[in-house]
Design a binder for this molecule. Structure first.
Ligand SMILES: Cc1cc2nc3c(=O)[nH]c(=O)nc-3n(C[C@H](O)[C@H](O)[C@H](O)COP(=O)(O)OP(=O)(O)OC[C@H]3O[C@@H](n4cnc5c(N)ncnc54)[C@H](O)[C@@H]3O)c2cc1C
Length: 388
């Protein structure tokens, strides 16, 4: 589904998209906002939020109806993520981690895999995780060392993964491994590795984005049937890159929501807090910070909605990717700046855990790093521009 683009190129959501935004905003205000600080402070897995999304049929927003989902697009998924991220950065991971982890199956999977895994995720019966990163291969993802070797009617996978979000609660992980190590990126394939076949190691102690665990994953002679390879052998890296292109607007949407949350909170505080005999909202220095937050958040939102619409229209290949990278990069840089300025608007109170802005500041940093650091996004944008 696409949003409406008017003659001047301004972007507007249609009525059903606005209703979705209102519904998720209201659910988040009532149920997510009161939980956000405790999820962060206690590093607490938000099972209640998972159940909330499941009971409202929101987990499968982007999954086709044929596989038990709502059959909506990446745009609607971004709209939902944005509203939730205004209050909490952890809860929207049930959209964005699941979206990324299911991309290899959605793009390259067999009908059988789609029926099992997309349906399971849409119904909230299966929880997925995505594992590409290794201790020595993050940005340079084609340099992974994990190996998959065919043995009769199985693949046997060996390797060490790191920073795998959701792995300790995952029913299955989509794992990248090399089947033909001498072929570089073209030797990488993706596999569905079910719980029981992988071992979860250390739970990382994170600066922010707490609640959904990020862990080491060990594949020690992990044996999976031949049919657990996703798509054709050697096409895994290409599929993963296309998957990132589809999923990146969702990271941008987390940034837009976080920035909007900072603006909402800082504006309300500035109207109440007085200094020098008047509300700080009447001091121009504070007004300018809020005005910048507004401008940048609006710009980021438009970039994200446009990128999401491009994905929904099928425009997410290499030649379009600078638009998608621009949305992820700008929206997450905006989130970081809005969080830093939000803390500043609150002064000393902003530094304290009694207010959410220090949490937003810690959470925003992660968005500039994941699914391709913002340096890598800039590199890809420049490469496309210069070769166009
Ligand atoms: C909280 C969290 C959750 C994560 N969850 C997952 C997950 O679920 N699954 C998963 O597979 N991964 C996950 N990751 C990993 C994440 O995708 C990587 O951390 C990221 O891709 C960067 O890789 P790296 O950490 O190895 O950094 P490096 O690649 O070592 O980069 C270090 C620095 O060098 C810069 N750099 C590297 N190469 C270049 C270049 N060519 N040009 C310019 N600058 C460059 C980077 O921008 C960065 O600033 C997660 C990470 C975090 C922090």
């Amino acid at each position: 589904m696409t949003g409406k683009v008017d003659a001047r190129g301004a972007f507007e959501l249609d009525e059903s998209q606005r209703m979705l935004a209102d519904t998720v905003y209201e659910l988040s205000r009532r149920h997510v906002a009161p939980r956000a600080a405790a999820i962060d402070e206690n590093d607490e897995y938000p099972e209640d939020i998972f159940q909330l999304l499941k009971s409202h049929g929101l987990l499968g927003l982007y999954v086709p109806e044929a596989y038990g989902g709502a059959g909506l697009g990446i745009l609607e998924t971004c709209v939902a993520i944005e509203q939730m991220a205004r209050f909490c950065s952890n809860s929207p991971l049930f959209f964005s981690v699941h979206l990324l982890a299911t991309r290899p199956v959605a793009i390259g999977g067999s009908e059988e895999q789609k029926k099992t895994y997309l349906t399971g995720v849409a119904r909230g019966e299966l929880r997925p995780a995505f594992s590409l990163t290794e201790p020595h291969a993050g940005s340079d993802a084609a340099n992974i060392s994990t190996r998959a070797v065919r043995d009769g009617d199985s693949w046997v996978i060996n390797g060490q993964k790191c920073y795998c979000t959701g792995s300790s609660v995952a029913d299955f992980i989509t794992v990248a491994a090399k089947t033909e190590p001498d072929k570089g990126a073209k030797g990488i394939s993706f596999f569905i590795v079910p719980r029981g076949a992988f071992r979860v190691g250390r739970h990382e102690r994170k600066m922010g984005m707490r609640g959904i665990p990020t862990c080491e994953v060990f594949l020690e002679n992990a044996r999976v049937p031949l049919e657990n390879m996703i798509g054709e052998q050697g096409l895994g890296f290409k599929t993963a890159m296309l998957g990132f292109n589809q999923a990146r607007p969702a990271i941008g949407a987390r940034g837009v929501g976080l920035a909007q949350g900072c603006l909402d909170y800082a504006s309300a505080y500035a109207r109440e807090r007085e200094a020098f005999g008047k509300p700080i909202a009447q001091h121009q220095a504070v007004q300018f910070m809020l005005a910048d937050m507004f401008m940048e958040t609006e710009a980021a939102r438009l970039l994200v909605y446009r990128a999401a619409s491009m994905v929904d229209n099928g425009d997410y290949r290499k030649e379009h990717v600078h638009f998608i990278c621009a949305a992820k990069c700008y929206a997450t840089d905006t989130a970081m700046k809005a969080a830093v300025d939000g803390v500043q608007v609150l002064g000393g109170a902003g530094y304290m855990m009694d207010h959410p802005l220090e949490r937003f500041m810690r959470d925003a940093k992660q968005l500039q790093i994941i699914e391709g650091t913002n340096q890598i996004q800039r590199m890809v944008i420049a490469q496309n521009l210069l070769s166009l």
